[in-house]
Design a protein around this ligand. Structure first.
Ligand SMILES: NC(=O)c1ccc[n+]([C@@H]2O[C@H](COP(=O)([O-])OP(=O)(O)OC[C@H]3O[C@@H](n4cnc5c(N)ncnc54)[C@H](OP(=O)(O)O)[C@@H]3O)[C@@H](O)[C@H]2O)c1
Length: 442
């Protein structure tokens, strides 16, 4: 006899529509794989009159979520509405009622994940969230199920497709930030209000979720040092290109055995970096673990079909297993030397500062004297000149980490500056730094 499973869908936007379409298209395949027929019982929306991109006449659109989470007929609740209110209350009630939940909501997971995962464990139900990070890329399952014998020391990735699309347009087409954002909106990669994406919030939520899976911490304990991409301009792009590199919004998490360090922000990285090749709306996650080594996962990080795929695979995982995997139990561990992280003694930062905002030329001298290292490894700040458009800006490479440089500029009350970590290739020849930047002087 065919087993019927009832689904309650919270949301029928981009992802919800993809889920309905894919379930219909692949119902025969799912039946042959699991012997289960998945039926969508009810769908929560805000506006029942709204025109839909999928035929829902036969389905029941509702505006009261309790009709789903309190319905004893419904086995799995799929939350694809986004935000905290009312998603948090509905997911909590669904778990309390003994229903499995699948969600794509990174904000909910980053802010309330610890509590909801504990509730799911207590109620012996699943809360799965593959779609919340990297869209269709199976990164959560990889960390959870395929690296459980590994100790992960760091994660680096491009976790926001909107920013990556914008930065790709700026690098390859010479677009300004504003016009690249407009292109991203026209192509459907950016929301009308892009703040969460371009200010790095979306990537921060995703990084917190990944870090809480890879390291012995919970998302509630994590702080992310965050910088968006709105300040990046054509001059910065030109400098990156001349240095054989690109600017990417990089999310990074590392664990040194005691604490976890998380950051999201634009970085100038060399073209040899695997993340430099990730273009347009694609996402990537580079996992460094002690047994497997480096693992790079790449794919579409958003969109109707990739995200629906992750949601449906979570539903399949629930249906497939009577004794499913919950979050990987993580024991504290001591890293070996090769996994030790820390402030690199060879860090460099890219600094752009408005010439008219320097207050006095003395700031420039102060940067130079403050951040010149002495001794055998003498490293001096390098002046860069990108092109004639850059006449208003002072461009420098400074031999210090971006965190230290930013803190120091804030202390000095300097205004209108941009600091990016610079990870490009620099080499030393007879005490001088050689760059690929034709007009660099040292
Ligand atoms: N879009 C992507 O590519 C993508 C990728 C990965 C993860 N996600 C995550 O997936 C979730 C959904 O994203 P989406 O892009 O599909 O969002 P969306 O297109 O804005 O759709 C949201 C849906 O939820 C409904 N909804 C929102 N608030 C509601 C409320 N208070 N009461 C009742 N219904 C409500 C809306 O109803 P109406 O249709 O009536 O307005 C709409 O159907 C988010 O957490 C997002 O971060 C999205």
């Amino acid at each position: 006899m065919i087993r019927k499973v009832q689904i309650g869908l919270l949301g029928l936007g981009t992802v919800g529509t993809g889920v309905v379409k894919a379930l219909r298209e692949n119902s025969g395949h799912i039946l042959s794989q699991l012997g289960v027929s998945i039926e969508i019982n009810k769908i929560l929306v805000k506006d029942v009159e709204k025109e839909r991109r999928v035929e829902v006449e036969a389905l029941q659109l509702i505006t009261d979520g309790s009709l789903i989470v309190d319905d004893p007929e419904i086995d799995i609740v799929v939350e694809v509405m986004g935000g905290i209110v009312p998603a948090y209350t509905l997911v909590k009630k669904a778990l309390e009622s003994g229903k499995h939940v699948v969600t794509a909501n990174k904000e909910l997971l980053a802010k309330r994940g610890q509590e909801l995962l504990q509730l799911a464990t207590d109620r012996h139900v699943h809360l799965l969230y593959e779609a919340s990070v990297g869209g269709g890329i199976p990164v959560i399952r990889t960390l959870q199920a395929y690296l459980s014998a590994n100790r992960v020391s760091s994660l680096r990735g491009i976790l926001n497709g909107t920013c990556n699309y914008i930065l790709t347009q700026m690098a390859e087409q010479g677009s300004s930030f504003v016009s690249a954002l407009a292109q991203a909106q026209a192509a459907g990669f950016a929301e009308a209000d892009p703040t969460n994406d371009v200010e790095g919030l979306d990537a921060s939520y995703k990084l917190m979720i990944l870090a809480s899976m890879a390291f012995p911490v919970t998302s509630g304990e994590l702080q992310v040092q965050r910088q968006g991409i709105t300040e990046i301009n054509e001059v910065d792009m030109t400098v990156a290109k001349k240095m054989d590199g690109v600017i990417k919004l990089v999310a990074e998490a590392s664990y040194d055995g005691e604490s976890v360090t998380l950051s999201v922000g634009p970085q100038m990285i060399p073209n040899s970096d695997p993340l430099a090749r990730i273009r347009d709306e694609f996402n990537a996650v580079l996992i460094q673990a002690d047994v497997v080594g480096d693992l790079l996962l790449v794919g579409k990080g958003a969109g109707e079909r990739p995200t629906a795929s992750a949601v449906i695979e979570d539903m399949m995982a629930i249906l497939q297993s009577d004794n499913p995997r919950f979050r990987k139990p993580i024991d504290p561990w001591t890293p070996n030397d090769s996994t030790q992280q820390g402030e690199s003694s060879r860090s460099w930062s890219y600094l752009r500062i408005k010439r008219d905002k320097l207050q006095e030329e003395s700031l420039l001298e102060a940067v130079t004297s403050k951040f010149s290292s002495h001794g055998a490894d003498e490293r001096l700040p390098l002046m860069l000149h990108a092109n004639h458009h850059a006449s208003d800006d002072i461009l420098m490479l400074v031999p210090v980490s971006s965190t230290l440089l930013s803190d120091w500029l804030k202390e000095k009350n300097a205004r209108d500056w941009l600091v990016l970590p610079f990870k490009g290739e620099l080499s030393y020849e007879k005490g001088k730094v050689v760059t690929h930047f034709s007009e660099a002087i040292s």
